[in-house]
Design a protein around this ligand. Structure first.
Ligand code: ATP
Ligand code: MG
Length: 265
């Protein structure tokens, strides 16, 4: 299996502080990773490296076999191979564009409003992704009028549009109600178990949001890796407690995870 992502001693330093601190991590083809860590741990910064939009201060990063910042690596060729759904992307998209246009424009590497005619094949693809995410009744709705959950599902469909080899999701379930979260976890679970789906990396704060089918977990705290490996061996009460800095118990219930603090007494 080839490496989708390989970071060796990667640091990102800003104002003399390491936001990401000597991280070595590799993601192989077909693996589905969860990144867990408290606020400010460096999760989004890591995703920004994986999306090729941020270059490390130190260390080397290979993405889909290309060295970031290397001679001969063209990030503009690399970027369409990576799908990214996160808050930063949502803010760049025009609010008056329809849901269908929002997904379609991704095929042309655009965030701007659509004026040209587009390929009917692309339109069918966009509709298929939206359908897969339960958004087929919203095709003509303005992106800016969507609820949080509908917006997140649209962004995931958009990220899929370029048929990426690597799919990056930054807190896809944040802000969703319980039903919305469960619906998204189910859809992400289906995607995670689909052998034709891209390699996936999902950032979250909550183990309850880990869909069945996710295979690996990376835990970070203050920019440093605390644990990295298969969910079964690494998602332990000990690791989670160290990661979030308080005593926690993590349990597996059927094919899902749950975590809570210890009772006070
Ligand atoms: N350009 C920057 N300059 C200085 N500090 C930055 C910059 N970008 C991010 N940071 C800081 O780096 C740290 C890590 O940020 P990052 O966004 O990666 O955290 P995170 O783990 O995604 O947190 P959250 O769970 O809150 O989204 C934070 O303390 C943040 O304030
Ligand atoms: Mg973040």
């Amino acid at each position: 299996m080839s490496d989708v992502l390989e970071l060796v001693d990667v640091s990102v330093v800003r104002d003399g502080r390491a936001l990401v601190d000597e991280v070595s991590w590799s993601v192989k083809e077909g693996e589905r990773w969860v990144i867990l860590g408290p606020n400010g741990a460096g999760k989004t910064t890591l995703l920004n490296i994986a999306s090729s939009y941020l270059f490390p201060t130190n260390g080397t990063a290979h993405i889909l076999g290309e060295r970031l910042g290397g001679v001969g690596t063209d990030v503009f060729e690399l970027r369409p191979r990576i799908g990214m759904a996160g808050i930063a992307m949502a803010e760049k998209l025009p609010k008056r564009q329809t849901v269908l246009q929002t997904v379609l424009t991704a095929a042309y590497g655009m965030t701007a409003t659509w004026h040209e005619d587009y390929d009917p094949v692309d339109e069918e693809r966009a509709k298929a992704f939206l359908d897969r995410l339960g958004m087929n009744e919203y095709l003509d709705r303005k992106f800016g009028t969507l609820s949080e959950g509908e917006r997140k599902r649209t962004l995931i469909a958009r990220a899929m549009m370029t048929d990426p080899e690597l799919l990056l999701l930054d807190e896809p379930a944040a802000g969703l109600d319980l039903g919305g979260r469960e619906d998204l976890v189910r859809r992400l679970g289906r995607l995670a178990r689909d052998p034709y789906a891209p390699s996936m990396i999902m950032v979250t704060h909550h183990v309850e949001e880990i869909a069945p089918g996710f295979t690996h977990v990376l835990m970070i705290r203050q920019g440093k890796v605390l644990a990295a490996g298969p969910v079964e061996t690494e998602l332990t009460s000990r690791n989670l407690s160290l990661c979030f800095g308080l005593p926690l118990v993590v349990e597996r219930v059927a094919d899902r995870w749950t975590a809570h603090g210890l009772p006070l007494n």
